[in-house]
Design a protein around this ligand. Structure first.
Ligand SMILES: *Cc1c(COP(=O)(O)O)cnc(C)c1O
Length: 241
C-alpha cells in the first residue's frame, strides 16, 4: 500500500500536470486534503508530509481532530452542510467555511466569530448543476448573497465553492469559472473551490484555485462516506416527550 506521503506526491503531480496543460501556474492551485472519516494519526502523517489545509464535513469529528493536533499548524476548512445550531462551534474553531449558502448562517458566523481570532474565511456554495438534491444557491442568487456576506465584519468572503455532479460536462465547470470571473474584481475573490479526486483536471482547466481531495490521499473512507449527514428524524417520528 502506498503511504500518505506518496499519495500526496502523486496528487501534487496531477495538479502540476493539469495546471501546466491549462497554461496556468501550478502555484495558483491550493490542495485541500479532505480528511473526513480518517483519524487524527493519518492527518498527522499528511502534516508531516507538508500538507497544511484539511477539509472536514462533520463538526464534532473535526473538533476531536483539532484537539488531537493542536499546535501543529493545520488549517481547518468546513466543507459540509452547516446547520444553524452548530455555527457557534464552527465560528470558534474553523479557519474557513466553504459551505455558506444563506445570509442567516453567514450572519450567525459573523456574530459568533471570536474577536480574538482573525476574520473567518468563507466561500459561497453554488449549485451549478441545478440538481434539487444538492446544496448551494443558484448562480442567480450569488451576487445578492455575496453583497450581504461581503459586508459582514468578522467574515472575509474569499470566493465560491461547488460540487458538480459526478461526470458533469466541462460546460458546468466553465459556467462556474465564468460566474467566478464576473464577480472576482467586484468582491475581491481569490478562491474558486472546485474539483475532487475524479475531476481535478477538468476543474483546473476551467479555473479552479482549490481542489478538495480525499480518496486519492487517504484511501477509501472508513465509515460515513456520505457528503451529507443523515437528516434528523422528523418531528412526527419522535416519541412524545
Ligand atoms: C468528501 C468530499 C470531497 C472529497 O472527495 P473525494 O472523492 O474523496 O476526493 C470533496 N469535497 C466535498 C464537499 C466532500 O464532501
Amino acid at each position: 500500500m502506498r503511504s500518505i506521503h506518496d499519495n500526496l506526491q502523486a496528487v501534487r503531480e496531477r495538479i502540476r500536470g493539469a495546471a501546466q496543460a491549462a497554461g496556468r501556474d501550478p502555484g495558483s492551485v491550493t490542495l485541500l486534503a479532505v480528511s473526513k472519516t480518517h483519524p487524527a494519526p493519518l492527518v498527522e502523517q499528511a502534516l508531516a508530509a507538508g500538507q497544511r489545509a484539511f477539509g472536514e464535513n462533520f463538526v464534532q469529528e473535526a473538533m476531536d481532530k483539532m484537539d488531537a493536533l493542536r499546535g501543529r499548524g493545520a488549517e481547518w476548512h468546513l466543507i459540509g452542510t452547516l446547520q444553524s445550531n452548530k455555527t457557534r462551534q464552527v465560528a470558534a474553531r474553523f479557519d474557513w467555511v466553504q459551505s455558506v449558502e444563506s445570509e442567516k448562517i453567514a450572519r450567525r458566523l459573523a456574530e459568533q466569530r471570536p474577536g480574538s481570532l482573525p476574520a473567518l474565511n468563507v466561500l459561497i456554495q453554488v449549485n451549478v448543476s441545478g440538481e434539487a438534491s444538492k446544496s448551494g444557491v443558484t448562480p442567480g442568487e450569488v451576487p445578492g448573497l455575496a453583497k450581504a456576506v461581503g459586508g459582514m465584519a468578522r467574515l472575509r468572503l474569499r470566493g465560491l465553492m461547488a460540487i458538480p455532479e459526478p461526470g458533469a460536462e466541462a460546460a458546468r465547470y466553465r459556467e462556474l469559472g465564468a460566474l467566478y470571473g464576473t464577480l472576482q474584481a467586484a468582491f475581491g475573490f481569490d478562491t474558486l473551490s472546485v474539483g475532487m479526486s475524479d475531476d481535478l483536471e477538468t476543474a483546473i482547466a476551467e479555473g479552479s484555485t482549490m481542489v478538495r481531495i480525499g480518496t486519492a490521499i487517504f484511501g477509501e473512507r472508513r465509515s460515513r462516506g456520505n457528503d451529507v449527514p443523515p437528516a434528523p428524524p422528523s418531528r412526527k417520528m419522535r416519541p412524545a416527550a
